[in-house]
Write a protein that binds this ligand. Structure first.
Ligand code: NDP
Ligand code: 8X3
Length: 253
């Protein structure tokens, strides 16, 4: 596969699964995240000559820009940017949350995603080749109690993806939003519940959720469609998850 794929959040979950999926096709990979040991382990697991790693915090624009500036020559022409790094912090109602957590989600899920996109787009336009994959969430599309800000960051990803595609009309650059429902085999829920395993277990009890490989497969499928097809959105949920009705709170008397 003659593609160079830049993946944010490749130390775990969807990002690592996506790296493995594209590596099996022989793509060149740039893997990023904060934990360099995880990045190195994944690089060693894959064909390391086809992998470049860069450890940085996506909220740190200077570090992100430096990582891009320091890409080895063979990895500079990025064809696919997978904007995947992100997190939710807590499932508590908005009035019981920590404001710092709101800022962290906005800085990571919104601003982190924007920064890389802004840097890579001009090169894609110049080369007449490129695909931006943005990882949203069903929490950005449907009412989602306990996700006031997390859901809002993913609603941003949704509208940003649509508007970006509108701006790119007339170019061959593609934009796809991947919109997953619940996935249990990643670190996401443990981070959301701040390491409280009992809350993680309670959330997934009795469910058969999607897997990180399912998401990687969706990303890979969107990227490997013929160049005249833009897959706008792939929204996927496990069969055990669906939508709620409008809610009504009734007085107890
Ligand atoms: P994981 O927690 O397993 O992976 C998240 C990845 O994001 C990690 O590689 C982490 O790397 C990276 N990341 C987080 N914060 C930063 C940061 N400040 N700087 C750089 N990298 C960062 O979660 P998932 O794989 O489940 O989630 C991936 C994406 O999918 C997220 O955007 C999430 O919101 C979304 N999503 C998840 C769902 C789920 O149910 N799991 C459902 C719908 C959407 P490191 O810690 O090494 O920096
Ligand atoms: C998170 C999706 O269903 O776990 O992005 O709230 S869900």
């Amino acid at each position: 596969m003659d593609l160079t794929v830049f993946i944010t959040g490749a130390t775990s979950g969807f990002g690592a699964a996506t790296a493995r999926r594209f590596a099996s096709d022989g793509a060149q990979l740039i893997l990023t995240g904060r934990r360099s040991d995880r990045l190195e382990a994944l690089k060693n697991e894959l064909d390391s000559s086809r992998v470049h790693t860069a450890a940085f915090d996506i909220r740190d624009t200077t570090a992100y820009a430096t990582a891009i500036r320091e890409l080895p020559e063979a990895f500079v022409a990025v064809d696919v940017l997978v904007n995947n790094a992100g997190l939710a912090l807590s499932r508590d109602p908005a009035y019981r949350t920590d404001y710092k957590d709101w800022e962290t989600m906005i800085d990571t899920n919104v601003k982190g995603l924007l920064f890389g996109t802004h840097i890579f787009l001009p090169g894609m336009i110049e080369r007449n080749r490129g695909h931006i994959i943005n990882v949203g969430s069903i929490a950005g599309q449907y009412p989602s109690p306990g996700n006031a800000v997390y859901g809002a960051t993913k609603a941003f990803v949704d509208r940003f993806s649509t508007n970006l595609r509108a701006d790119l009309l007339g170019t061959p650059i593609r934009v796809t939003e991947i919109v997953p429902g619940m996935v249990s085999d990643t670190e996401f829920s443990s981070i959301r519940h701040k390491g409280d395993q009992s809350k993680v277990d309670a959330f997934y009890a009795g469910t058969e959720t999607l897997t990180a490989d399912d998401i990687a497969d969706a990303i890979h499928w969107a990227v490997t469609r013929p160049p005249h097809i833009n897959i706008n959105t792939i929204q996927l949920m496990p069969v055990c998850q669906a939508f709620g009705p409008l809610a009504i709170h009734r007085r107890s008397t």
